[in-house]
Write a protein of this length. Structure first.
Length: 83
């Protein structure tokens, strides 16, 4: 985002990290508890990064859209975390 010259989006590596965490969250539902502050903050950071990247790159760049989807998946996974 901050140094875009000749840089690729890490969509494949990010997908390999986001999908297992999301699957673990879906398979093992969080119990009741308080939401940790760090996970909530980073969920917001991932969500803002996904929105900014999507608006900055536009709908023609499929790698950026895939990266935005992975960021949103990570944001949802972190938002569901419970202590």
């Amino acid at each position: 985002m901050f140094d875009p010259r000749y840089k690729d989006f890490p969509f494949a590596a990010l997908t390999m990290a986001a999908v297992p965490f999301a699957a673990m969250t879906l398979l093992d539902r969080p119990t009741k508890g308080i939401r940790p502050m760090a996970e909530s903050i980073f969920a917001g950071v991932f969500l803002v990064a996904a929105i900014y990247t999507g608006l900055n790159e536009g709908p023609d760049n499929w790698q950026s859209l895939w990266t935005c989807a992975a960021y949103m998946l990570l944001a949802v996974t972190l938002w569901r975390a419970r202590a």
